[in-house]
Write a protein that binds this ligand. Structure first.
Ligand code: SF4
Length: 373
């Protein structure tokens, strides 16, 4: 039984009493209430509410996965204004990995313990479905033990366009070749005005949600992200959360929500976007936990938060810190100052250092047996 009353003593922003009352009564947080949270500076109270919800679901546990990120190409036909990763095909440092090389990346003895591969890349203008199927086939042959989480909704739409087939047909084909889950990238922020300004060629919000719904109907689990701290307003963040919550009510296949703070240094083409403060990041994670009552997990993505803030975030509503990652490129090309990967021991030390219990999970957030000896 949740003892909400103890939070009354820490609330300093009176507007949050209504939020607390909603939680006490088991009522859903509506737009006005969510906006009150998002504009409040009372992160102690918001964090306490979010932590209480997190503890109801996960107790003291915080999960992580032993995984490897692979970015198969940096060639992209789009020109999102925040992206430091994309290259034009003629660029001297453009690359495309052949499918077998993607699989071979997973074959080293140092990767024998990983149980997930996370694969994303640019929207290559010519790579058709066959390339992606060959990649999945090669991975299944070399590492049949690994769960494949791959290709954002933006990439799925790109493949469908190249092939002239539906996005659902693409998902069906990839599922047959072993695709288990979609990552949550490409959601950015669901305001069409902001999308048109910052990433005009990217999959629109309705199509992004439709592709995730199709995946859920096919039994493919997915995640969802939100890129925040650029030119959006609190209202945009709240609408984004509520659109995801509505979609989850309909199709039910989202596993985790991942709030991604905008990283300014090398993305900052116009020189005026600074990115969110640590306070804003913690608040956004807390509000996500409070509003997304039908999302099982909220992730603190250590690559973009940094290790110290991640330790705080797992007391502000997040219950998962992603994984070992190993060779992340996209956030690091944008200027993320974190390591490109962590070991199991380092991940566990982060969680234990925050006074919580590390639990290894698989792609579907199922607890793994401890095989580390
Ligand atoms: S963010 Fe993704 S879709 Fe946009 S330019 Fe970069 S790689 Fe391409």
């Amino acid at each position: 039984m949740t003892n909400w009353s103890i939070i009354e003593n820490v609330i300093s922003d009176d507007a949050l009493f209504q939020v607390l009352n909603y939680l006490k009564e088991g009522k859903r947080i509506d737009f006005e209430c969510a906006l009150r949270c998002m504009i409040s500076d009372d992160i102690v109270a918001l964090g306490a509410m979010a932590d209480m919800i997190k503890r109801e679901i996960m107790g003291d546990s915080v999960t992580y996965v032993l995984n490897h990120h692979i970015n198969y190409t940096n060639v992209c036909k789009n020109s999102c204004s925040f992206c430091a990763f994309k290259r034009k095909p003629e660029s001297p440092d453009a690359y495309i990995m052949n499918p077998m090389d993607v699989a071979l990346r997973l074959s080293g003895p140092e990767l024998k313990d990983i149980n997930e591969v996370h694969i994303v890349g640019g929207c290559h203008p010519e790579l058709g479905l066959e390339y992606y199927c060959e990649m999945l086939d090669a991975i299944r042959v070399l590492r049949p033990d690994i769960q494949i989480k791959a290709f954002t909704a933006v990439e799925i739409e790109n493949i469908a366009r190249i092939e002239g087939i539906s996005t659902k047909s693409v998902l069906i084909a990839l599922k047959e070749r072993g695709l288990k889950a979609l990552p949550g990238g490409g959601a950015e922020i669901f305001s069409e005005r902001i999308r048109n300004r910052l990433f005009p060629e990217k999959t629109d919000a309705g199509t992004w949600l439709k592709i995730h719904e199709e995946a859920h109907q096919l039994g493919i689990k997915t995640n969802a992200t939100m890129l925040f701290g650029h030119i959006e307003y609190p209202e945009h963040r709240v609408r984004h959360l509520l659109m995801l919550r509505d979609q989850q009510d309909k199709s039910g296949g989202f596993q985790a929500f991942i709030p991604l703070p905008f990283i300014p240094p090398r993305n900052n083409n116009n020189g005026y976007i600074q990115g969110p403060t640590g306070m804003d990041i913690l608040k956004t994670i807390s509000v996500s936990r409070i509003v997304l009552d039908n999302f099982p997990h909220i992730k603190a993505y250590w690559v973009m938060l940094g290790l110290r803030l991640t330790q705080v975030a797992i007391h502000f509503g997040a219950d998962d810190i992603e994984g070992t990652v190993i060779d992340e490129k996209i956030a690091h090309e944008a200027g993320a100052g974190t390591n490109k990967g962590l070991t199991r021991d380092e991940i566990e030390a982060i969680i234990k250092g925050a006074g919580l219990i590390p639990v290894q999970r698989d792609t579907f957030h199922q607890e793994m047996e401890d095989v580390s000896g």
